[in-house]
Design a protein around this ligand. Structure first.
Ligand SMILES: *Cc1c(COP(=O)(O)O)cnc(C)c1O
Length: 370
């Protein structure tokens, strides 16, 4: 494992986390039978202001559950953006549905509503907007399209905890919203996820499905439908409760990181970054730049090389779904915007552990690349 002086997305774990996890260990509740799971769900629901939150083993599992809950399956089409992590779309295949991959907006880097409308057919059942790197997608127009064509919206808010659109938290606009607590996300439980909804019928069924389809509260092992072992455990929930308390601190740190990056980089020609819509406030999970090689004088690979040798951890943006070998049997239209962003974009260090000197150093190395 390479150790970097300046990490990209390392978790921020402190005394509070230790205290909570020790409390869970001492209670003897280490599995998903434990009081902290329900407590974490309640606190999370009240933070994002939804009626129901169901904790899961990770964000991918929560996305899979979401599609099961909406009875999406073979013959159904689900619209997804080309520029995202593969976990947005793998669950579409888990349920046997067909992903319809569309291009993103060049400014927000998120699913383009104009492309969404063009892609809708009589088989379309759902749209999965992703709030990429924490930047809210155009939820007003996506919700409007969903109403007009009678579609479900499953929000992939895995990267966007704490981001808002028109003052409301991302993840709460769709029929179902999904969050991730992987080690690299805004808050972590090691691995973990959360499914949120305002629909009590969907929430009750989610509680069945995460636990092998078992009827809760009865002594018999009675299973009313095929489910999964997708529950979060008490140790993870303990970690989550501590992290949730510290979330405001993490959000402040990420927004501070971004403000400093922008200030230090704004003069240099050939550098751009993701834009927030007027209605949006990003959580700035990962600040990412776009390099225009002609104007900047060097390409993204040169920049990545220089960063790596300076001990700074950076990454290319996600490879578009249209370029994924695992997906080449699907008939997909070209997505030139996603391709352009992937070819020229880099995630810069964005962890809440960064100090001002770290960001100054990243910018100095970046600005010296020739
Ligand atoms: C992290 C992530 C997921 C999946 O979450 P896991 O908890 O890692 O399973 C899904 N979609 C996007 C866009 C992500 O970044």
């Amino acid at each position: 494992m390479t150790v970097f002086n300046i990490p990209l997305d390392a978790p921020n774990i402190g005394e509070l986390e230790k205290e909570f996890v020790i409390r869970a260990l001492e209670s003897g509740y280490v599995s998903s039978v434990g009081p902290m799971v329900a407590e974490f769900e309640e606190r999370f629901a009240s933070y994002v202001r939804v009626s129901h939150a169901v904790a899961t083993v990770n964000g991918t599992a929560a996305l899979h559950l979401a599609l099961r809950l909406l009875d999406i399956g073979p013959g159904d089409e689900v619209i997804v953006p080309a520029l995202t992590f593969i976990a947005t779309v793998n669950p579409v295949l888990y349920v046997g549905a067909t992903p319809v991959v569309i291009d993103v907006d060049p400014l927000t880097w998120n699913i383009d509503p104009v492309e969404v409308e063009k892609a809708i057919t009589e088989h379309t059942r759902a749209i999965i907007p992703v709030h990429l790197y924490g930047n809210p997608a155009d939820m007003c127009r996506i919700v409007e399209l969903a109403r007009k064509y009678n579609l479900f919206v499953v929000e992939d808010a895995t990267e966007a905890l704490g981001a808002t659109y028109e003052g409301r938290f991302t993840g709460t606009f769709g029929h179902i919203g999904v969050f991730s607590f992987n080690g690299n996300k805004v808050i972590t439980t090691g691995g973990g996820g959360m499914l949120v909804t305002d629909d009590s019928v969907l929430a009750s069924r989610a509680r069945l499905l995460v636990n092998q389809g078992r009827v809760p509260g009865v002594i018999e092992y009675e299973h009313v439908e095929m489910g999964y072992n997708y529950r979060l455990n008490n140790l993870q929930a303990a970690l989550g409760l501590a992290q949730l308390e510290r979330l405001p601190e993490f959000l402040d740190a990420k927004r501070r990181n971004t403000a400093l990056y922008r200030k230090l980089l704004q003069e240099r020609s050939g550098l751009k970054w993701q834009c927030e819509m007027e209605e949006s406030v990003s959580n700035w999970w990962l600040f990412s730049i776009l390099i225009e090689p002609d104007k900047f004088g060097a390409g993204r690979n040169d920049v990545m090389e220089k960063m790596k040798s300076a001990g700074i951890q950076v990454r290319p943006l996600f490879m578009p779904l249209t370029k994924q070998p695992a997906y080449n049997r699907y008939n997909m239209n070209e997505c030139p915007v996603a391709d352009f962003l992937h070819k020229n974009g880099i995630n810069l260090p964005g962890t809440s552990l960064l100090k001002e000197e770290d960001i100054r150093q990243v910018c100095q190395v970046l600005l010296e690349v020739k």
